[in-house]
Design a binder for this molecule. Structure first.
Ligand SMILES: NC(=O)c1ccc[n+]([C@@H]2O[C@H](COP(=O)([O-])OP(=O)(O)OC[C@H]3O[C@@H](n4cnc5c(N)ncnc54)[C@H](O)[C@@H]3O)[C@@H](O)[C@H]2O)c1
Length: 336
């Protein structure tokens, strides 16, 4: 069994589908602070299997100890965490408590139970700066906000744990920009309130929930002046976790691996691709840059390819098509 913390969330739910399809049995621990219970039925509709679900918090050590003693868990995929950069600047304690203290309590319970295999959701935000060259895992790291700092602290903590005890096997996955949804249109990204991320915002404009998009910054040093990012289909990301899981038994180090496509697209490129996929016009205004945003970054994804035998399959048109299908089928997300 694979314990999936945060498995009811956007990336976690897609990963549970991939795990089941690959023959693994996921068991989800999630406090539902940013997800909905009906994700479980959706996973069952897609795969024919409903994962065991435990509603609870990763900071609850007693609960974790019970979970590890009640279920034969081989490895943990750890998604549970808060992820809004702006909120992390306003409420750093909330982020350090949930993300850092929560992950500490998780690895303590794992150690106690003798479960020493972990895959962790990190982020390309740990690189913290712009680069016109593909970013490799050996680039320097820098936290530019408390969210990024929480990821860096955890990367350091996991690396230290592995150095002290070579029985630990960990893969730190540094995601670039996950977008898209499962092809069924049954699971996808369902942000609370005003979306922080580009694609949910664009798709809410396309469906008529919002008037227009604000493009933050039109004077970046990129081909059309808007910021360039490496967008990756969430199903590719999910299959990257299965690849990492299959790789775990062969490596005792703590390994950091990028998951991206290796291609950069600007905000205007994404708007164009979405207009094509949805056959809708996306009105937008170019406004001031957002504090802390950077011009351009995209992954060197060759390590994932050579080591995990993984590479992204979906292109930007697929990502926009699947986001649009999810949005149309679920105009109000999981609430209907
Ligand atoms: N989505 C992105 O753009 C992105 C990019 C890079 C990294 N990540 C990381 O990937 C992970 C998953 O992201 P996501 O987009 O699926 O987010 P999400 O918010 O959709 O999923 C996270 C899940 O964790 C749960 N959770 C949060 N704190 C918890 C706690 N203390 N105990 C138990 N459950 C808890 C939430 O209820 C939610 O279901 C996060 O760690 C995030 O930082 C996300």
């Amino acid at each position: 069994m694979i314990l999936v913390t945060g498995g009811m969330g956007y990336i976690g739910s897609h990963t549970c589908v991939e795990l089941i399809n690959a023959g693994f049995t996921p068991i989800i621990l999630d406090n539902l602070c940013n997800s909905h219970k009906n994700v479980l039925e959706r996973i069952e509709t897609i795969t024919g299997q409903k994962p065991t679900f435990i509603e609870g918090d990763i900071r609850d050590s007693e609960l974790l100890n019970k979970v590890f003693s009640n279920y034969p868990i081989d490895a943990v995929i750890h998604f549970a965490g808060l992820k809004a950069v702006g909120e992390s600047v306003q409420h750093p304690l909330r982020y350090y408590d949930n993300n850092v203290v929560g992950s500490l309590s998780l690895v303590q319970a794992m150690e106690k139970a003798g479960v020493k295999r972990l895959i962790f959701s990190s982020s390309a935000t740990v690189y913290g700066c712009s680069s016109t060259e593909p970013i490799t895992e050996s680039f320097s790291t820098k936290a530019v906000n408390p969210y990024g700092q929480s990821k860096l602290i955890l990367e350091t903590m996991f690396t230290d744990i592995c150095h002290a005890d070579p029985e630990w096997q960990m893969v730190i996955l540094r995601y670039f920009n996950p977008i898209g949804a499962h092809e069924s249109g049954l699971i996808g990204e369902d942000p609370n309130g005003i979306p922080n991320n580009l694609l949910p915002f664009i798709s809410q404009v396309a469906i008529g929930k919002r008037d227009k998009l604000q493009v933050f910054g039109g004077d970046y040093d990129t081909h059309d002046g808007t910021g360039v990012r490496d967008y990756i289909h969430v199903c590719d990301l999910a299959s990257g976790h299965v690849a990492a899981l299959n790789h775990l038994p062969y490596k005792s180090n703590c390994l950091a691996v990028n998951l991206g496509t290796g291609k950069g697209y600007s905000v205007l490129d994404v708007i164009n691709a979405f207009e094509k996929a949805s056959n809708k016009k996306i009105p937008y205004d170019v406004v001031e840059r957002r504090l802390g945003d950077i011009d351009i970054y995209f992954a060197d994804a060759s390590l994932a390819n050579s080591l995990l035998n993984w590479q992204a399959q979906f292109n930007i048109d697929d990502m926009c098509r699947d986001t649009w299908r999810w949005q149309q089928k679920n105009p109000n997300g999981y609430l209907g």
